[in-house]
Design a protein around this ligand. Structure first.
Ligand code: NIG
Ligand code: FE
Length: 399
């Protein structure tokens, strides 16, 4: 064995299928287990010490699967402190956006930045994610809003994939906002012409379908065109208002509908009957001082829920998975086991990676997080608790 971890406790969901509703609380609990790793993969889980250990041996307390963050807005350039202070003084996210701030502010900054400046700035974030136990992240374009700058973001992600230990899944989100000199219909037509160029660079396409951004009709055109070209689709849905984006996500068999702050009973019913995963991002509600997604109702009615950071410079400049989990306990009323499933297996399912990621099981990648003096609940109670080690494909990162 190249790495053996003797864990006092190992908590993990099992399998490679998404957990819906009450299945989300089904967690396997091992005590006193040896996790054996070879060539970056888990080859054995046993209650007996292997006879030969050639590499590292770690004696640890708690192991959980590496966290998968299935919704971030990396890469971006620079921060938006002024948005934050304007919101505190009473302006809304939409008012700031409509006056040319918000996403547009980040677009101006990103367009001016070079690839190397963007790589340097965002590498700090990917390294922080690793140190906090996040071994895989999804990253979106959407601060370019034209072909040159959207492709520049994908190029930055390519460089980050090579130089950062974190695993990155790229999503094209040219439809993050309507450029100031355009309208939703024309801009969507422009974006769909880029799809052929994108085929080798990413497999997901996302859109912000909401008031003041993309209407349902434009979103449907764009996503149907994306599906035709073989992309999997996702929607920023029902974040600011309900214009029917969740129902559209289900109709189009989107892999996920993300945000879901403003949903009605019918949205919940159709989601529960679908394969679309609800991606909830509690730190966005916290940061914008908005309501929380009705996670309890979603889960109780049989929906599959994943949790993500939405890490971005406007609505969620929060790089702390334990804060997200803490809010999920307190305000989304999720149980620690549900939260673990939502941050690991269900998030891996959103990204189509659950055959390799999301659980600690024989045959999967050796992606896990190790804590000392902790239990599952400790991670959600102690905001900012630092893992002792993060293991990505068998490689150990020590804090
Ligand atoms: O998910 N909703 C749209 N996009 C982000 C915010 C991006 C930004 O404000 O820069 C979100 O909240
Ligand atoms: Fe987002």
């Amino acid at each position: 064995m190249q790495l053996v971890v003797h864990a006092r406790k190992l908590y993990t969901p099992v399998g490679n299928k998404v957990k819906k509703g009450s299945q989300m609380s089904q967690i396997e609990r091992y005590e006193n287990v040896f996790i054996c790793v070879e060539d970056g993969r888990i080859v054995d889980l046993s209650d007996r010490r292997p006879s030969i250990i050639r590499g590292r041996f770690l004696q640890v307390d708690l192991v959980v699967p590496g966290f998968v963050d299935c919704h971030t807005h990396i890469p971006f350039y620079g921060y938006r402190e002024s948005d934050f202070l304007r919101r505190v003084s009473g302006l809304s996210y939409s008012q700031i956006h409509n006056s040319g701030g918000g996403i547009y502010e980040s677009v101006r900054r990103l367009r001016k930045a070079s690839i190397s400046e963007l790589v340097r700035f965002n590498l700090n974030f990917t390294n922080s994610f690793i140190s906090k136990g996040v071994t895989t992240i999804e990253c979106k374009t959407g601060y370019g809003l034209d072909e040159e700058n959207e492709l520049k973001q994908l190029e930055v992600l390519n460089v980050l994939k090579k130089i950062s230990p974190i695993e990155i899944v790229a999503t094209f989100m040219g439809a993050h906002a309507v450029p100031e000199n355009s309208n939703p219909q024309d801009y969507v037509e422009y974006l769909t012409k880029m799809f052929d160029l994108l085929k080798t660079k990413c497999s997901f396409v996302d859109i912000f379908c909401d008031v003041g951004v993309f209407d349902k009709h434009s979103a449907e055109r764009y996503l149907r065109a994306a599906k035709k070209k073989g992309f999997k689709v996702r929607i920023h849905a029902n974040e600011l208002s309900n214009i029917g984006a969740v129902k559209l996500a289900v109709e189009l068999e989107a892999v996920s509908a993300d945000h879901l702050l403003k949903v009605d009973d019918e949205d919940i019913r159709v989601l529960a009957q679908s394969n679309t995963i609800a991606v909830l991002m509690p730190t966005t509600s916290f940061y914008l001082n908005e309501n929380y997604a009705p996670a309890r109702e979603l889960i109780d009615k049989g929906v599959a829920v994943a949790l993500a950071s939405d890490f971005n410079p406007g609505s969620s400049p929060v790089l702390e998975p334990t804060l997200m989990m803490n809010i999920a306990v307190k305000f989304l009323k999720m149980s620690p086991c549900e939260i673990l499933t939502a941050c690991t297996l269900n998030s891996a399912c959103v990204l189509g990676l659950a055959d390799r990621l999301g659980t600690v099981e024989i045959g999967k990648d050796a992606d896990f997080v190790i804590y000392e003096d902790a239990d599952l609940e400790t991670i959600m109670y102690f905001v900012g608790i630092t893992p002792r080690y993060t293991v990505k494909r068998g490689q150990i990162f020590e804090n």
